[in-house]
Write a protein of this length. Structure first.
Length: 420
């Protein structure tokens, strides 16, 4: 199994329940994995929820009696659900039961002796900004709220003139928002195929928008669509491009994140559909790519399975970039992003809890040479508002005047529930 997100024992201690997939071409689901090496069994629960317009939140799972309990997000918010399984086949029995209600996020379930304990916190993931000094790269002043809503969001990209910001919100199952950073006005992308949309990347000029969708079925098909924002026309680049858009190089080429047993970064031509690998490793996964403003460098996360991520930087070119040219700028860190002028490379250091981030640091960067100058700079820190690093695509983004971050207040309470 790969992409194992969480795990719990079954009552007989002979098997474990994991959120994973046996092959990168398949979507993750909840699997029963016997410890004696027998073949695992797919419960099909995630597939059922996806078809109903929900997506599972693999931050924890509990086994209670004949049921599994986990978090799922949808129109009602992020709640705990119980799905009974047939004992002999581990397939779903009947409809799922929603266990929690309200506007708060319920997650991290654990169960014993008919009791369910879980964490319930505010569902306040939104866009915030903080002013930044262009000369020093350091943030100053108080946070400014940009959006309001309970839904997770991410995948921030911005045009070269820093006028238009695009991002994904899971409100309603998946919508792409376009925000005018000068006026604060927003609109939802309505062009394109019906259904939820996600993983947006706006082109440097703001003329084109690339995005993906989640396709029904067990196979993890990853189509990419291209929309012309001026006239609303759109086209499918490919039924399965093998990855999700992350950033445009120019008005034709896109950096995509590809998913396999070890994730990699590739370049795709939006005219021909041709693609080739840029960053790949036999031992490390790579993710969260960000190009420098002058398009001479690419920053990214790299990590060995089960280990902490490091932020790396490498010279950008259209051919594969060997690992010998990767430079580690900081260990135990992730989610790199560049200052508007490219003189600073920002990132978020890993604290005691790898699922969240509470600070932003930076290194001075000399673009012609690729040298990192001086020691890391403390840019921003918070004790209350935190970045949910456990969600994909939550890397911040910088404009000449501010840093825009995905932050939330995740303080909450532990609850206990008696179940029969």
């Amino acid at each position: 199994m790969v992409d194992v997100a969480c795990m719990t024992w079954l009552p007989d201690s002979r098997s474990v329940l994991v959120h994973a997939r046996p092959d990168p071409v398949l979507d993750p689901d909840w699997w029963i994995v016997p410890r004696d090496g027998r073949s695992p069994t797919n419960t099909g629960v995630v597939q059922r929820f996806r078809e109903a317009g929900f997506f599972t939140v693999p931050t924890g799972v509990a086994w209670l009696g004949d049921s599994l309990v986990f978090s799922a997000a949808g129109a009602p918010g992020v709640n705990l659900y119980r799905q009974r399984l047939v004992a002999s086949t581990f397939q779903p029995a009947g409809a799922p039961e929603r266990l929690t209600v309200g506007s708060e996020t319920a997650w991290f379930p654990t169960a014993a002796a008919g009791r369910l304990a879980f964490f319930c916190s505010r569902a306040d993931g939104n866009l915030w900004s903080v002013a930044v000094d262009a000369a020093t790269g350091i943030a100053h002043g108080s946070l400014r709220r940009m959006t309001r809503g309970p839904a997770p969001l991410g995948y921030l990209t911005v045009t070269n003139d820093f006028r238009t910001l695009t991002y994904l919100s899971f409100l309603g199952g998946g919508d792409i928002f376009l925000r005018d950073l000068r006026t604060g006005s927003e609109s939802v992308l309505s062009d394109g195929p019906a259904g939820a949309k996600g993983y947006p990347a706006v082109s440097p000029s703001g003329r084109l928008l690339a995005y993906g969708t989640r396709m029904p079925g067990g196979r993890a098909l990853r189509p990419i669509f291209i929309t012309c924002l001026s006239d609303g026309t759109w086209r499918m680049l490919g039924e399965d491009c093998g990855g999700r858009p992350r950033e445009w190089v120019d008005e034709r080429r896109i950096i995509i994140e590809r998913f396999a047993r070890l994730n990699s970064i590739a370049l795709i031509d939006t005219d021909t559909g041709d693609q080739h690998e840029l960053l790949e490793s036999a031992e490390r996964s790579v993710s969260n790519p960000r190009l420098s403003p002058d398009r001479r460098w690419i920053a990214f996360d790299a990590w060995r399975p089960g280990g902490p991520a490091s932020v790396c930087v490498a010279p950008f070119r259209e051919q594969p970039i060997p690992e010998s040219e990767w430079v580690v700028m900081d260990h135990a860190a992730s989610h790199p992003f560049w200052s508007a002028d490219g003189r600073f490379l920002y990132y978020t250091p890993t604290g005691t809890n790898p699922m969240i981030r509470s600070a932003v640091r930076a290194r001075r960067f000399a673009s012609p040479s690729g040298l990192l100058e001086g020691e890391p700079i403390a840019v921003y820190a918070s004790t209350d508002m935190l970045m949910p690093a456990y969600l994909a695509g939550t890397a911040p983004i910088a404009t000449p005047e501010e840093i825009i971050l995905v932050l939330g207040d995740f303080r909450g309470d532990v609850w206990l529930m008696e179940l029969t």
